[in-house]
Design a protein around this ligand. Sequence first.
Ligand code: ZN
Ligand code: MN
Length: 136
Amino acid sequence: MTLKKTYHMKLTPQRLAILEYLEGNKAHPSASDIYKAVSEKYPMMSFATVYNTLDTLRGKKHVRELSIDSQKKRFDPNLKPHHHLICLECRAITDVHRNFALDLTDSERFGYEITGNHVDFYGVCPKCKRGRRSKI
Ligand code: ZN
Ligand code: MN
């Protein structure tokens, strides 16, 4: 597999493996999800390497770190502004592509220049809703 995007950084085999796994990935994986998937193909890769590589990629703005899941950090290779919806039962995260007109008044922004926002939605996904019903 070849990467479609150009990365202005040194692509070590570890970075390459993780970038390849993340490219186009819409599952918002955690570090341990990424480790599980990548170490299947690269058994020499340690969890620490995955963790450190994610930190580097985040620092270079090649991935976004999400805090929507209170249990663990989740990673998103999609850097275009968008929001998220999480299932509180299975922790699945779905993209929300909508431009919310969220404005702060002058008194609310305390002199800040606002550069972005992120809205988190919480709920129960259709799969978990079906599972609930069958348990009753
Ligand atoms: Zn669910
Ligand atoms: Mn996303």
